[in-house]
Every structure is written in structure tokens, then in C-alpha cells.
Design a protein around this ligand. Sequence first.
Ligand code: UDP
Length: 329
Amino acid sequence: MTERHVLVTGGAGYIGSHACKALRAAGYLPVTFDNLATGWRDAVKFGPFEEGDLADRTRLDAVFARWRPVAVMHFAAISLVGDAMRDPGSYWRVNVLGALNLIEAALAAECRDFVFSSTCATYGDQDGVVLDEDTPQAPLNAYGKSKMAIEQMLGDFGASHGLNAVIFRYFNVAGADPDGEVGEFHRPETHLIPLMLDAIDGKRPALTVFGTDYPTRDGTCLRDYVHVTDLVDAHVAGLKWLEAGRGSRVFCLGTGRGFTVREVIEQSRAVTNREVPVIWGDRRDGDAVALVSGSERARRDLGWQPGRSDMATMIADAWRWHQSGNYNR
Ligand code: UDP
């Protein structure tokens, strides 16, 4: 059988690079398309690399013509909520126009299967509710709105051109490849677990906890964390779902269990056997109190089993990555 190529936009980033590894292991050839704005050339390890920008339709057409992918996994995006508040134009331009270019280039090349990386930020702030695929979306910022617009765009092209899309709405993604080949490396880093591990390791003076007066069991925000390898396994299952002709579908990816910031800190202390230097700070603008996902649909329809998504394993995998030469490069 000829090798099946999958175009992975954002394949040089955190989740995209793990997706490439999972695709390769499942027998596909992942072709990374990335402009390296926030991705890393040395994270492209599992297939060819095509440097390019989603704004460049000519370049996209050439890449589709060269590789004839059977499907697209679309991760490339800008994704910082704080930036989106200051500079909404970039989010509409890069995320929404980029996706439009990508979809039109894919359809022109007769590639109709899409796996799309969406987010729980499309729900906005619905504290106390377990969020699932039927929860109404009400994004609060241009980041969440841009992702919701792309979901709707995929739906429109489904109706008009037979495009099929599996859409994953992620909750908090954490951990790293257990083999240490790829991991989380953002510059600047804004996420809780990598910042905390840097503080434990002396790479930063301390972790600032954003708010201790939230209406949760210990006053800090509650989030649903999912291991990146479990997350990308769902993507491969989503691709197979499309290849089997089962049609467009939305799935939430989380575990259904929330952890407070204090609980994450406590677990890190236990896993690393080191103290976490903490500054108890003020709330961060735009933070929801609690975000927890229902994930029954992914388990039922895709047979998804998030086997590494317990907090101790996620922290242990991230900690091993943080101490490795690949992280400290
Ligand atoms: N957080 C924190 N200090 C930090 C970064 C994050 O207390 O330096 C908290 C943040 O308020 C949220 C949780 O950790 O409740 C997860 O934040 P992160 O930025 O990792 O992901 P988000 O939930 O914003 O997608």
C-alpha cells in the first residue's frame, strides 16, 4: 500500500510535534507545514518539513501538489489570550484567514478530510458547568472567537463542498512524550506546569499563582488537564473515523476531573521531591474559575482511553523533559 501523507500545520509546535510522532507510529507520513513563528525546526523529527505561512496560498498549493495528502491536521495558530485582548486583528487575520486559505487549498487539491484543533475557550466563562459538545459556545476573546469561526467555516464547506471535519475542543494540555523526543517548549512560556517546573529547577525565581480568592475548594482556579500523548492519540482516532467515512463530528478532550492550582503544586512537590517557590498573586485578567470537560463522546465513539492523563504521570513526564538535554538546548 502506498504511504498515506497527512499535512500537519503547526507540526513544529508542542501538540503538532507529538501528533507527528503518533501519526508516524500509526503508519502515516506526517508532512509538517510551519512558519516557525512559535515552532521549532528541531521538533520536526518524524517526517518532512515544509516551511511556509498559511497566508501564502501559492506556497500551500505547491505543498499540496507535492505531497497529495489524504488529510489535514490543522494545529497552526496563535493562541495567547492576553495577546488576543490587546491585538484582536492578528487573531482574525492569522487564525481565520489562515484557515480559509488552508481549506481552499485543500479542496482545490481534492483533500477533504480535516482534523481541527479547537479549544474550550470557545465556551467562554460558564463556571460550575461541565462542558460538553452540546454546551452553547460563547467565547469571550478574539482567540476563542477565531477558533469558533473556523469551526463554523468547516461546517459551511462541509455543506457546500463535502469537506469532513473532526473538531477537537481541548482543555488544558500537559506532559511530554515519555520517550523524551519532543516536549513542551514555548517562548515566552505562559502555562502553569512548565513555569512551575522552571521555578522548581531554579530557572525562574518563583511561580506566581494567579488568584487565591476564587469560589473553588481552595480558592485557586480549577482546570481539566489532559496528557499530550492521550490528546494526539484521539487525533489519530479522529483521522481513522474520517477515513472510515463516518463524517463530521465535534469532540471535547479532557478527563472530566478538575485540579486546582494548589493541587497541581502539591502534586509537583510530591513527584519531584522538591519545594515549589510560590508567590501568591492577584487574579489574571480573563481567567475562568473552573473549566471541566465531559469526554464521554470521545470515549464512546473513538474508543479513546486517556491512559496517561493522571496528574502525577503528566508532571513526571514533563519533569523528565525539563531536565533533559532536548529541553535545555
Ligand atoms: N496559572 C497561575 N500562574 C501562572 C500560570 C497559570 O496561577 O504563572 C494558573 C491560571 O490562572 C489557570 C491555570 O494556572 O488557572 C492554568 O493556566 P494556563 O495558562 O496553564 O492555561 P489556561 O487555563 O489559561 O489555558
